[in-house]
Write a protein that binds this ligand. Structure first.
Ligand SMILES: Nc1nc2c(ncn2[C@@H]2O[C@H](COP(=O)(O)OP(=O)(O)OP(=O)(O)O)[C@@H](O)[C@H]2O)c(=O)[nH]1
Ligand SMILES: [Mg+2]
Ligand SMILES: [Zn+2]
Length: 371
């Protein structure tokens, strides 16, 4: 097996005695295989590493590449590797490396992906924290940050809000922090270009930890990655003057080992952030939810109903109206996505039952001839 010390530089954290039992079983099932981590995910395939600063193309299982197998429900999107995943590989690097199995993950963050046949997309796997990156320029948007926190909630991954561009003239750190006061996550304002400034993020960058960066194009994810790394590894791009939008400079997800021993996953800016239907809005908006329990009507929409505790809190200035509006909007979106998810699961179960019946008939045919 690859020396553990080489793997630990890319986030491996298990002694042979402490390996998860499911991993032991998979290793036993593939005696010629060894662990590696997915460090890049491209449209054309994966690149894996068995040591620091490596990224070697690896062939993956055909069923991970065929869209049809997702549509037919033969394989769920979670069964396909994402950046951060540990996999088993066989063959010689760099020529004939093959991924033969996906090791079960201890965490993952996902989003709904309408454009994709498999409806859900794993953004990153086996991570400890997620930095939700947002510029203190025209990119600043508390509602979008709330949306990110909703998607991350329940995944077992700790969210940290990183506000970049604190050095810019238009940055109003105090107002921004005030607007984000209701969030259940630490918030930092940094100059992503400045080493000294990003030391604030040190507590999440201990050796062995893995972190993923998410946020809009132009927010400064790659800039922050480079500053933490100490070299300009990732390409960065200027933002449009009018609205601070980036130009999608980063085009694939990539895991990079930092000098601290932590691993950071830089991602392309996301245009769309749809819930999967598995999110818990009540948990993510616990402040609104607690007030809603005091409303006179159980099904209060906090609009014009009498005895509404949520609206009373807004009027007192204890709660932002826009946060309440976002809570309602996201509640509807999650409910809609949950409905779709349930329908799809039911269809899948039907298809499976039908498949089974057909197989039973086939077996009967073989045994007794056609009937
Ligand atoms: N002044 C200042 N500029 C920053 C800061 N962070 C990022 N920038 C600038 O913002 C622009 C976009 O930064 P990137 O790091 O490319 O943004 P990104 O989030 O990686 O964008 P995509 O790869 O497109 O998703 C670049 O011109 C950076 O120099 C910051 O903290 N301060
Ligand atoms: Mg980038
Ligand atoms: Zn109410």
């Amino acid at each position: 097996m690859t020396p553990i010390s080489a793997l630990s530089a890319i986030g491996w954290r298990w002694t042979p005695q402490a390996l998860p039992p499911a991993w032991v079983a998979l290793l036993a099932a593939h005696p010629a295989a060894r662990p590696a981590r997915i460090v890049e995910q491209h449209r054309s395939g994966y690149r894996v590493a068995e040591a620091i600063d490596q990224a070697i193309s690896a062939e993956s299982l055909p069923e991970w590449q065929r869209a049809g197998s997702y549509r037919r429900g033969e394989i769920s999107p979670e069964a396909r590797p994402a950046v951060g995943d540990w996999v088993l590989v066989e063959g010689d690097a760099p020529k004939s490396l093959r991924i033969v199995a996906l090791l079960p993950r201890f965490s993952a963050i996902k989003r709904g992906a309408a454009g994709e046949h498999y409806k859900q997309q794993v953004i990153a796997a086996n991570i400890d924290s997620v930095f939700v990156v947002c510029g203190l320029d025209a990119d600043f948007n508390p509602r979008r940050i709330e949306r990110y926190l909703l998607l991350v909630g329940g995944s077992g991954v700790q969210p940290i809000v990183v506000l970049t561009k604190s050095d810019r003239d238009e940055a109003d750190v105090e107002t921004a922090l005030h607007e984000l006061r209701a969030l259940d996550a630490p918030v930092f304002a940094v100059n992503a270009k400045d080493r000294e400034s990003v030391t604030q993020l040190g507590p999440w960058l201990d050796a062995g930890r893995s972190i993923v960066l998410v946020g809009s194009s132009g927010a400064g994810k790659s800039t922050l990655t480079n500053t933490l790394l100490g070299i300009e590894k990732m390409k960065t791009g200027a933002v449009r003057e009018s609205d601070a939008r980036g130009r999608h400079t980063t085009t694939h997800r990539a895991l990079i080992a930092l000098p601290s021993g932590a691993c950071i996953i830089d991602t392309p800016g996301m245009r769309e952030l749809k819930p999967t239907g598995e999110e818990d809005v009540a948990e993510s908006f616990a402040d609104v939810e607690a007030l809603a329990e005091q409303c006179r009507f159980r099904d209060c929409r906090h609009a014009r109903e009498p005895g509404c505790a949520v609206r009373a809190a807004v009027e007192r200035g204890a709660l932002d109206f826009d946060r309440v509006a976002n809570f309602l909007k996201l509640s509807d979106e999650v409910a809609g996505a949950a409905n779709q998810l349930a329908t799809r699961l039911a269809q899948k179960a039907d298809a499976k039952a039908l498949g089974k019946t057909k197989a039973q008939y086939r077996r009967l045919d073989e045994k007794h001839g056609k009937h």
